[in-house]
Write a protein that binds this ligand. Structure first.
Ligand SMILES: Cc1cc2nc3c(=O)[nH]c(=O)nc-3n(C[C@H](O)[C@H](O)[C@H](O)COP(=O)(O)OP(=O)(O)OC[C@H]3O[C@@H](n4cnc5c(N)ncnc54)[C@H](O)[C@@H]3O)c2cc1C
Length: 421
């Protein structure tokens, strides 16, 4: 007779591995079916290869960073909070360091250490892993689920379990194995899928204000408007690359921008190169500079306040000439320069695709999943975790933590169910 696992986990990513660690660690017979040649391919490229594992902030602040599903993930986050995750990884040999913004990284700066540790932890807990096993179908007979896997050579192998966990991730960075199979599996079982959108993604402007330059900007602010209504503001770093804007503050506003564009709204991002200064303070600065050097041209003046590559763009926006002397500029010209430094309108017309989005927004509807266990309310014995669900959060370690927490709660719930039966 075919062996019946307590849990077959579909996908050995962040969430699936953590589900296995929890369930196998609590005595369940667990198998992970992973379609790639190794587990955690996405984890290995996270945080630019450094893996921002989690964010050590308190629960309420954390939940404030969750864009979709904040209340849904509360129990999961309380069951496996950042502190407990850190402890688990440290015990598995991953030394960690906390950096600016309470972001946690492996001290080695190597994301693959985290992925390798998770695989090791799953193995030590007793979970089996089968690679090159793409799950294509789920069939039920009584209280047993048959998981149909397609192997590298095209062979179809059926595995059986009491509980199957869909932990297949989203649809971004498809080369990591996250190709959206879980949405199809869940849909076939009767689940509704909230439309998928790329999140934490670059934005595209209709014309490059500063020409074809690439410039990294620090300590700037970006305010996002949809049909003239403010939808968020962020301060920090961003990069202008011709007509593309990217970097941390853009990523944080991208979810709102993508949603507004999808709704057909007019989207504008207003950039300030001097967010810490009021216009009075900038006026005072201009006065000081011109008093110190009467021969300063307008171009030289702007050069003192903005990166070199942006100077031409600022001058043309302010409609001032490089031959103008800074000491002699009119009030109107000075106001125009200040505006060109602090309120640069960038008309947003598009966004990057799933191939470059850090996270997939949308997914399996949370209304159909029990937040206390991660079990489907449409198909008993089916569980859903991680990015497959309609949950997503800001950049800063929050997304991985959600994948880990939902996975951990799921694994514990399956173990608890097994104890009861
Ligand atoms: C470039 C990049 C950088 C990121 N950096 C960070 C960061 O620093 N911090 C952070 O918090 N978040 C980061 N994220 C987001 C984070 O990686 C994801 O939110 C997280 O990996 C989601 O975990 P998951 O387990 O749900 O999905 P995944 O990690 O995508 O795992 C899904 C797994 O399922 C497997 N699979 C898919 N379909 C099947 C199938 N049919 N059969 C069998 N197996 C299947 C896949 O091969 C994969 O192994 C980053 C994302 C990207 C793309």
């Amino acid at each position: 007779m075919r062996e019946i696992y307590d849990a077959i986990i579909i996908g050995g990513g962040a969430s699936g591995l953590m589900t296995a660690i929890a369930a196998a660690g609590a005595g369940c017979r667990v198998l992970i079916a992973e379609k790639m040649e190794k587990c955690g391919r996405k984890v290995r490229i996270t945080g630019k290869g450094r893996c921002n594992i989690t964010n050590m902030t308190d629960t309420e602040t954390f939940l404030g960073k969750v864009r979709s599903g904040a209340q849904f993930v509360r129990k999961a986050l309380e069951t496996l909070p950042p502190e407990r995750l850190r402890r688990m990884l440290e015990e598995a040999g991953v030394r960690t360091v906390e950096e600016r913004g309470r972001r946690l990284f492996p001290a080695s700066g190597r994301a693959f250490e985290v992925a390798d540790a998770l695989v090791r932890m799953a193995g030590r807990a007793g979970a089996e892993i089968v690679y090159h096993a793409r799950v294509t179908e789920l069939e039920r007979s009584g209280d047993v689920w048959h998981v149909i896997t397609e192997r590298r050579d095209g062979e179809r192998v059926t595995l059986s379990c009491r509980n199957a966990v869909i932990a297949t991730g989203g649809v971004s960075y498809k080369a990591t194995g996250s190709t959206g199979d879980g949405y199809l599996l869940a849909h076939r079982l009767g689940h509704s899928i909230v439309p998928l959108r790329p999140s934490l993604v670059s934005l595209v402007t209709d014309r490059p204000v500063f020409g074809r330059i690439r410039e990294q900007l620090r300590n700037v602010s970006l305010t996002l408007y949809a049909d003239g209504v403010e939808r968020g503001a962020q301060q920090g770093e961003m990069t202008i690359d011709g007509d593309i804007i990217e970097g941390p503050i853009v990523l944080r506003l991208s979810r709102e921008a993508v949603d507004a564009l999808t709704d057909g709204k007019h989207v504008e991002a207003v950039l300030s190169l001097k967010p810490a200064l009021t216009s009075t303070q900038i006026t005072e600065r201009i006065r000081r500079e011109t008093e110190a050097d009467a021969s300063l041209t307008v171009e030289e003046l702007i050069r003192k306040m903005a990166p070199r590559t942006l100077v031409r763009g600022i001058m043309s926006t302010a409609k001032v000439k490089n031959s103008d002397m800074a000491a002699g500029i009119s009030d109107t010209a000075r106001e125009a320069i200040i505006k060109a430094l602090t309120a640069i309108p960038l008309h947003i017309t598009d966004y990057g695709g799933f191939d470059e989005a850090v996270v997939t927004a949308g997914g399996v509807s949370l209304d159909e999943v029990d937040s206390a266990t991660m079990e489907s309310q449409k198909a008993p014995g089916i569980y859903l975790t991680g990015e497959t669900l309609d949950i997503d959060a800001d950049t800063g370690g929050y997304n991985l933590q959600l994948a880990f927490s939902t996975g951990f709660l799921c694994g514990m719930s399956i173990a608890e169910k097994r104890r009861r039966h």
